[in-house]
Design a binder for this molecule. Structure first.
Ligand SMILES: [Zn+2]
Length: 116
């Protein structure tokens, strides 16, 4: 389950930032995750529940996810198009020479903290 490493990476980034900001608690973390990351929401939820308890700063902290659907650009004809995780062939010219422009995001957009 790679969601454990996804969540632990997120928390490892969030905790020092919150601590530096003098936060007593992290309330919510807002995330942006691309479909190509193949993160399973249920598994993410579970991993979050387990790992957020390990630090008093993130205990009881919640998160939101903004999903990003994959988009690509065709190197042959320049068309930009959106697609699902499995089909990234150009719909205009049929070329398979395409470049993913969105869908691999794994970003922390913002965090909400409580200060003493
Ligand atoms: Zn094309």
């Amino acid at each position: 389950m790679h969601e454990m490493s996804v969540v632990s990476g997120i928390l490892e980034s969030v905790i020092p930032v919150a601590r530096d900001a003098g936060a007593s608690r992290v309330c919510t973390v807002h995330l942006r995750i691309g479909d190509m990351r193949e993160v399973v929401p249920e598994a993410l939820e579970l991993a979050w529940e387990v790992l957020s308890e390990e630090d008093p700063l993130t205990l009881g902290c919640t998160f939101t996810v903004e999903e990003v659907h994959p988009r690509s650009r065709c190197r042959a004809c320049g068309a930009a198009f959106s697609h699902d995780r499995f089909h990234c062939r150009c719909p205009e010219c049929g070329s398979a020479d395409t470049e993913l422009t969105a869908g691999r995001e794994l970003d922390i957009i913002s965090i909400e903290v409580e200060t003493p």
